[in-house]
Design a binder for this molecule. Structure first.
Ligand SMILES: Cc1ncc(COP(=O)(O)O)c(C=O)c1O
Length: 382
């Protein structure tokens, strides 16, 4: 039985051609690290790292210098750096009720920091008008998932950014589910910081991501990791300049080579074309699911407000059992459960049973969607 991979919200698969070969080239023929030695292969690695930062700057409409594109081990790391680095005891923070634990867990670790959840509706969408009543004199930060990893709903980041700017509140966007799937514009959204993983819609390998931040935000945060940077080695203190201040330790160079190749594919194809393909399939999938009485659909059906993350709740069957049968009987790979986002499931009224999540990617096809619809029909009619 062939397998059909519909778990791109967890991590994208397959990767575009050129990603694994770029990583292999690094491992077999380059091998050097950056910012330490200056021989030819080290300079090759340095150049590739710079090209990766430049591609991220362009793709995400980042107006600040390329030095402010910080490479991290993933979105979770960037979110921890931004949240723990910025908030101090006595501060108040706002989050949406759709957040992933990559936001909630670091926030809950901070003693003396209070937060409120901005309630989202039953489709997982936030109304920016609900933010203002929650703002307090000590509200310094708003952190929001751009796209939901549970139901695919996408928030109006531009409206939220304008409101944050009006109130002098720093705005951190978690674009884990939108980067590469939906336009993300640092400048238009008036962001203070943006966190992206390399391995989801940006089609790179796992173990790498980026935190992009304004100079003002960078100056306001303390690095949570310190160590060797290969620079200012006469001092035992971290340098003040970026990216070194936030990039201690030897970076993930196979990841840098692989991600750079993946971004070349994203750039050449274009986010709009990737989105159009995924939304054509999403429309087909949503329309088909609507015909099935044995499942309820989570999130919005409005394609302008979503990405291709589609969650269903089986009415007459345990969701975990359905996901297991999807794999064993149909070869369809999905994710079931709470998807690291209990607050989102409480918002959508699917807590604690969770959902079965199908998530589309650039390599998904009409035949994949039709096979998933036929399988869901079979499994929901028992
Ligand atoms: C909305 C959201 N935020 C953050 C993350 C964390 O990303 P990573 O596991 O790549 O660090 C995820 C991963 O699933 C996510 O879906």
């Amino acid at each position: 039985m062939d397998t059909i991979y519909l778990d791109n919200a967890a991590t994208s698969y397959p990767k575009p051609e050129g990603v694994s070969s770029a990583m292999k080239t690094y491992l077999d023929h380059v091998g050097a690290t950056i910012n330490r030695s200056v021989y030819g292969s080290a300079q090759d690695a340095g150049l590739k790292t710079l090209q990766l930062r430049e591609r991220l700057k362009k793709l995400l409409h980042f107006p600040e210098p390329v030095t402010h594109v910080i490479l991290t081990p993933g979105a979770t790391w960037g979110l921890n750096m931004a949240i723990k680095g910025f908030l101090k005891p006595g501060d108040h923070c706002l989050v949406s009720s759709m957040e992933h634990n990559a936001v909630m867990r670091p926030l809950l670790q901070l003693a003396g920091v209070e937060f409120d959840r901005i309630p989202c509706d039953w489709e997982g969408l936030l109304d920016p008008a609900d933010i203002e009543p929650l703002i307090r004199p000590n509200t310094r930060l708003l952190v929001m998932a751009h796209g939901s990893n549970v139901c695919g709903s996408v928030q109006d980041a531009e409206a939220v950014g304008a409101l944050c700017a009006r109130h002098g509140i720093a705005f951190v966007l978690d674009a884990a589910q939108t980067a590469g799937h939906f336009p993300v514009d640092f400048e238009r959204f008036r962001l203070s910081a943006l966190c992206v993983p390399g391995h989801k819609g940006l089609l790179g390998p796992s173990g790498i991501g980026a935190l992009l931040m304004t100079d003002a935000f960078a100056k306001a945060i303390d690095p949570i990791v310190a160590g060797g940077t290969g620079s200012a080695s006469d001092s035992e203190f971290l340098p003040d300049y970026l990216p070194d201040r936030f990039e201690s330790g030897t970076p993930n160079l196979p990841g840098i080579y692989g991600w750079e190749a993946a971004l070349r594919f994203v750039e050449e194809t274009g986010v709009d074309a990737l989105r159009e393909h995924e939304m054509t399939l999403c429309r087909r999938f949503l329309d088909g699911l609507e015909q099935l009485r044995g499942v309820s659909l989570c999130g919005t059906k409005d394609l302008t407000r979503r990405v291709g993350v589609v969650s269903v709740d089986f009415r007459n069957r345990d969701n975990a059992d359905a996901a297991f049968a999807l794999e064993t009987d149909y070869g369809i790979l999905t994710r079931c459960g709470l998807h690291c986002a209990p607050s989102a499931h409480k918002t959508l009224d699917t807590f604690p049973r969770g959902t079965v999540r199908f998530s589309l990617g650039f390599a998904s096809t009409e035949a994949d969607v039709d096979a998933a619809l036929a399988a869901v029909k079979d499994l929901s009619e028992v």
